[in-house]
Design a protein around this ligand. Structure first.
Ligand SMILES: C[S@@+](CC[C@H](N)C(=O)[O-])C[C@H]1O[C@@H](n2cnc3c(N)ncnc32)[C@H](O)[C@@H]1O
Ligand code: SF4
Length: 361
């Protein structure tokens, strides 16, 4: 048995690694897709025999690998059906994933994390307030997908899309994100298609280029949040490293290869980035580009990283901003606020659980 794979959970192994292990144990590698399909299934197999594996292989798999890397530590369900999961990892750290019901009664979308914490320091984001702890392994990313898929299935829905808009910056853990995606959306495994996946970034140019070179055809979302460099860099420190034009040029390159329309994420903050002049600047910036704007409602999370208090734009201003964008030819939507009665912004549930644990210790 290759020693490098022994302590890793089954969800962490690529099809090639699992195939190599099978071969080293004298089993037919044709069983590999069956094992991975069983792991990714919307409904967990009722028994180990549900994997339809030879008994000896099943036994050896069980003794060689832990089945999972993460356990459900907390679950919050909102009145609108949004379900937030807090998963505890093998080292005691926690990570958040969210299931969001779709307008279609039988569908749901999942929001997945790529890192524990985040180093990017975006001023209004709760995830970064506890700093960066570590990258998630590919298995930990795959397991979020499995939890969300099963959670959706139990609620009578099919998980139709996933977005990397949970904790962390996917481009800074791209190796593991790509490895996870190659399992989740491997056409031979049939769980998901590339078009059902969106990777969201704060705008790390080399990461966008690397994702383009991987040529998977997943959707890209760019967290822009301001049309000008001064406002953007004030909100997102990464804006000082890569300016708006540089980031949009990388997104253009991505689009030329993938053919996908890019989503521009824009969180409306009262008096910061929500003026009609900023809406017009944004439209001008996107003119001639196949990009649509997703306006996000700010989820208030208390004092910001730099001790500021942000507020969501008023509904009137939000409507006016949206109308101004559309009047200037930009395709734009207002994203529904999700789970307003629970800790819906990423990083909040984790902060609450950490506070609870330290109060009890
Ligand atoms: C948490 S990030 C994760 C993905 C990636 N790091 C990024 O920045 O795109 C996903 C999106 O949530 C936004 N966001 C962060 N904190 C928010 C808040 N309190 N309210 C609304 N949106 C928020 C981010 O700006 C980003 O557009
Ligand atoms: S918005 Fe994204 S990149 Fe910025 S701190 Fe939050 S998770 Fe990190």
């Amino acid at each position: 048995m290759p020693p490098s794979t022994t302590a890793r959970p089954l969800t962490d192994l690529s099809p090639e690694e699992l195939g190599a292990w099978m071969q080293s144990q004298g089993f037919n590698t044709a069983h590999t897709p069956r094992v991975i399909r069983g792991l990714l299934a919307a409904e967990p197999p009722k028994s180990r025999a549900g994997f339809l594996l030879p008994e000896k292989l099943d036994e050896q798999l069980q003794s060689a690998f832990p089945m999972t890397a993460a356990n459900l530590a907390m679950r919050q369900v909102s009145e609108d059906g949004t379900t937030k999961l807090l998963l505890r990892l093998h080292d005691g750290r926690t990570v958040e994933s969210v299931l969001m019901p779709d307008y279609h009664a039988d569908r749901a979308a999942g929001c997945i994390s790529s890192q524990v914490g985040c180093a990017m320091g975006c001023d209004f984001c709760a995830t970064t307030q506890t700093g960066f702890e570590r990258n998630l392994s590919s298995g930990e990313i795959v397991e979020q997908f499995i939890h969300l898929r099963r959670e959706a299935h139990a609620a009578g829905r099919a998980l139709r899309t996933i977005v990397f808009m949970g904790m962390g910056e996917p481009m800074l853990n791209l190796k593991n994100v790509l490895a996870a995606l190659r399992r989740i959306a491997d056409p031979k495994l049939g769980a998901f298609g590339w078009r059902q996946i969106t990777v969201s970034t704060v705008g790390i140019v080399p990461g966008i280029d690397e994702l383009r070179q991987a040529n998977l055809g997943v959707h890209l979302a760019l967290s822009l949040h301001a049309p000008d460099d001064a406002t953007r860099a004030d909100l997102l420190p990464m804006g000082k490293r890569f300016d708006v034009q540089e980031v949009l040029a990388a997104v253009d390159r991505y689009q030329q290869t993938s053919g996908r329309i890019t989503t521009i994420q824009y969180c409306l903050l009262d008096g910061v980035n929500d003026s009609l002049a900023q809406a017009r600047d944004l439209s001008r910036l996107l003119q001639g580009r196949r990009m649509h704007v997703n306006l996000l409602r700010y989820n208030a999370t208390g004092l910001s990283l730099r001790g500021r208090t942000y507020a969501p734009s008023s509904l009137e201003q939000t409507e006016a901003f949206l109308t101004e964008l559309r009047a200037h030819g930009t395709v734009a939507h207002l994203r529904r606020a999700r789970g307003p009665d629970i800790d819906a912004a990423c990083g909040q549930l984790r902060k609450r659980e950490a506070a609870h644990s330290s109060a009890n210790s």
